[in-house]
Design a protein around this ligand. Structure first.
Ligand SMILES: [Zn+2]
Length: 507
């Protein structure tokens, strides 16, 4: 906090005008012209782990306002948004905007016990709250058809296998059969990892009932006992809140620079309900915030815009809202979009979005290849190996790709495992997740690798400075039709069931 305030003080000294009278605006314009043109080395200077960590400590404090989370609509998230807006406003270098809109929030927990012995279980997004103690009644087939539900399921707990149709349909069919609750068990030995009913309600089928998922292994024990003639009593307890909450993106655009050629950088400000999200995506958010607070020391040729997105974890909601409410002629002014989502993973890799499609065969709009190369050149200049990561649109750059805006970005890895070769390149532990605290409570200050964070922050500064000076290599003709983008072949619905590259199961 201390360091960042001093940056603002420096920036303010440059800008000087305390109120915006006409002569002072003119004066500020003259002063801005005296500033040096932004450069890669200039904007990389003063990137320190002390500054980055000072912001991260603030984010962690904000999460403590709402029980350890910065999920959208929580006090912790609102405090994050206010913090960013206040710091940016204080520079007087940006026109800032809070883009506020309503969205359905859903969070909960489930516990399940059979004849008083606890069975590990998980809640489904949009699953209603409730307390049920009743007999467990297996449902025929995969529970995708009303006829699969026997009459005796009424008032009992419907026991349903995963498979073929959506979770939400099964739960609504259980409700239509007047079941008191439902358990969906995995069709594989492991647990269902993160599940959603997909839609907030399905009145055309039936009412949702309280529901939890359990592993295939746990289900086998239960089904074997029932098959042997036992009558089992299940106790299902679901705590859940589903309600409309207002939430905001923060958009900040430099007052200076060519606004017909905007260089756009973004990251998401929300975490998952399960944790404080200090790496995901505190790290990316703070990376661009820190750059945004240093940029006022310079002048820019092209305008720079920062987007701090809300509700990414509910399916790219904030960035999608921004892009879909943008008039076509405004979208045309955006030259490119740079995304920073998870850039300080503890067992990190230096991954760059594969915008040219060379590694994963998903190519972005023309110019995405140039962005990838700009990042590659940066890592080469630092004698650090980098590797491509799939350009799937499964973070906030997805909506930008949909309207033909070239994009790129950095990523240090989530739940994937580091390979032996990668451990040779980057150190760390092979066979271990890049981020063992991904989407968990332990995604806190100790979950940050500051060496990776500082280098990625410099890479981000390099890309922003490079394009704020010149858009050479980025096509500025009319955007190509979306149909020409390989990435657009992935449906939005497919993408929105991801958050930070992590699949949220819906069936
Ligand atoms: Zn993320």
């Amino acid at each position: 906090m201390k360091l960042s305030t001093s940056f603002i003080a420096v920036a303010l000294a440059f800008s000087s005008a305390a109120s915006a009278s006409a002569s002072e605006v003119q004066e500020r314009g003259i002063l801005d012209n005296l500033k040096p043109l932004v450069s890669s080395t200039g904007l990389q200077l003063l990137t320190t782990k002390l500054t980055l960590l000072a912001h991260a400590r603030q984010f962690l404090k904000f999460s403590q306002l709402s029980d350890g989370t910065r999920a959208f609509g929580s006090k912790g998230h609102n405090a994050t948004v206010n913090y960013i807006k206040t710091l940016l406003d204080a520079t007087r270098y940006y026109d800032t905007e809070l883009q506020t809109f309503p969205y359905l929030f859903s969070s909960g927990e489930a516990t399940f016990a059979v004849d008083n012995s606890a069975v590990e279980s998980q809640w489904f997004t949009y699953g209603p709250a409730g307390d049920i103690t009743a007999q467990i009644v297996p449902v025929a087939n995969l529970g995708c058809d009303a006829a699969d539900y026997p009459a005796e399921v009424e008032g009992k707990i419907a026991f349903i296998s995963r498979g073929t149709c959506e979770f939400g349909l099964k739960v609504a069919l259980a409700g239509a059969a007047k079941a008191a609750g439902a358990i969906i068990y995995n069709n594989q030995p492991a647990a269902v990892n993160g599940g959603t009913l997909g839609a907030p309600e399905r009145p055309e089928v039936g009412p949702y009932v309280p529901v939890a998922s359990i592993s295939g292994d746990s289900a086998k024990t239960i089904l074997d006992q029932i098959a042997a003639g036992a009558t089992l009593t299940g106790a299902l307890h679901v705590d859940a809140t589903t309600e409309t909450r207002y939430t905001s993106n923060v958009i900040a655009t430099t007052k200076g620079g060519d606004k017909n050629n905007i260089v756009f950088a973004g990251g998401h400000t929300d975490s998952v309900p399960a944790g404080p999200g200090i790496n995901d995506d505190g790290s990316g958010t703070i990376t661009i915030l820190d750059i945004a607070l240093r940029l006022p020391l310079f002048k820019v040729n092209n305008a720079v815009r920062f987007g701090f997105w809300t509700a990414e974890e509910f399916g790219l909601v904030g960035s999608e809202h921004y892009v879909t409410s943008l008039p076509a002629e405004e979208a045309q002014k955006i030259a490119l979009y740079l995304n920073f989502d998870m850039v300080a993973s503890p067992n990190y890799g230096y991954f760059i979005y594969d915008g040219d499609g060379s590694a994963f065969n998903l190519t972005g709009p023309a110019g995405s290849d140039h962005i990838e190369k700009t990042f590659e050149d940066f890592f080469k200049s630092k004698k650090v190996i980098s590797a491509p990561t799939e350009f799937s649109g499964r973070s906030d750059y997805g909506p930008f790709l949909d309207v033909g805006i070239p994009a790129g970005g950095l990523f240090t890895g989530a739940e994937g495992k580091k390979t032996a070769e990668e451990a040779k390149w980057w150190g760390g532990e092979a066979g271990v997740d890049y981020d063992i605290c991904y989407h968990k409570k332990c995604d806190d200050l100790s979950n940050l690798n500051t060496e990776a964070w500082v280098l990625n922050s410099k890479a981000a500064a390099h890309s922003i400075a490079t394009y704020a000076r010149s858009l050479n290599g980025i096509p500025r003709t009319k955007k190509a039709s979306v149909a020409n983008n390989r990435v657009a072949a992935l449906s939005y619905d497919d993408r929105r069931h991801y958050s930070c590259g992590h699949k949220i199961e819906s069936s």
